[in-house]
Design a protein around this ligand. Sequence first.
Ligand code: ATP
Ligand code: MG
Length: 355
Amino acid sequence: MIELAVLVSVVTLLVGLAVAFGLRRLPTVRLQLVGLALVAVLLPLSVVLFSGWVMFHMGDDVKILAVTAASASTAIIVGLLVARPIAGEIAGLRSASASLAGGELTARAPEQGPAELADLARSFNEMAENLSRLFDVRRELVAWASHDLRTPISSLQAMLEAVEDGLAEPERYLPAMAEQVRTLARLVEDLFELARIDAGSLNLELREAELVTVIEGCVRGLEAEARARKVNVEAYVGDGARARCAPEQVERVLYNLLTNAVRHTPPDGSVAVRLRADPDEILVVVEDTGNGIDPESATRMFDRFWRGDEARQSNGAGLGLAIARGLVEAHGGRIWAERRPEGGTRVSFTLPALA
Ligand SMILES: Nc1ncnc2c1ncn2[C@@H]1O[C@H](COP(=O)(O)OP(=O)(O)OP(=O)(O)O)[C@@H](O)[C@H]1O
Ligand SMILES: [Mg+2]
């Protein structure tokens, strides 16, 4: 008897496994659920039938068949009822993703139904939200870039026309034209750098470098402008620090921070660069005694083309800090800005220390 029981269990298990594999091949969730319900009823029933036939040569075939038919029908109905909303959720998700693929960025999937499907819909909606934000940023970027490119181009055009019409001597406009060409070249160069940061194709040539040399180089480069604005620039570098970095890129970051600081500091103010080497990172801080920034500007100033109100008239494009952030992050560091409690702005960035 025990052998028979073991045989029946093993056969049941094997049949169950075979049916499960068969069910997985069914094309829709609805069919799979109905099949599962059917198996759940028919498998134990056939075992009971088989055991009854072996043990008692039972004669109640019609009754058992009736019970089988009734339970199988119930299982199918239950399976269909359960599968219906699931299939509905999946259809909702499919139609939302088809709309998104067709360019309708506001398409969202209903976040309801069983937990896994609701989770899937939530992730889908989050992805759609990010995608739509990314598109907005792109649109804004193109709008600002074209605006900033158009300004020097129209100015060049106006000066050329004036010269062509004999309204002015070429020499009169040459310096202004050269300045506009420089602005254009710088903007195109910045946009190119940003595109390379976005594409992750920066190719930083990392090497061990003494940051004091980089800092002193930048301070020297800004001396003339700082003197003209009567702003004092000092570097406090302590014992110095070595970092594994691309020195030209760190110089570019620092040069932009220092230029910003000098340009936002009134005459007789001062700008300081500080360097601190911690065991796991190196901190570079640029602080000024200017008007400072509010908390919203402290985050927004790293956005592309963002300029504070008073900086709008300046000839900066508002790309310097966006590039600085891209370069610092490509080194594995962080960059942030804050208002100094004593007044003025403090912009800091970190670079990983030498391993
Ligand atoms: N030290 C600072 N103090 C006050 N505001 C600042 C300071 N540094 C930056 N900002 C604000 O952040 C904005 C963005 O700076 P960012 O360097 O990105 O652009 P920009 O200097 O205007 O132009 P670009 O650097 O492209 O020539 C500035 O326009 C200014 O409003
Ligand atoms: Mg700048």
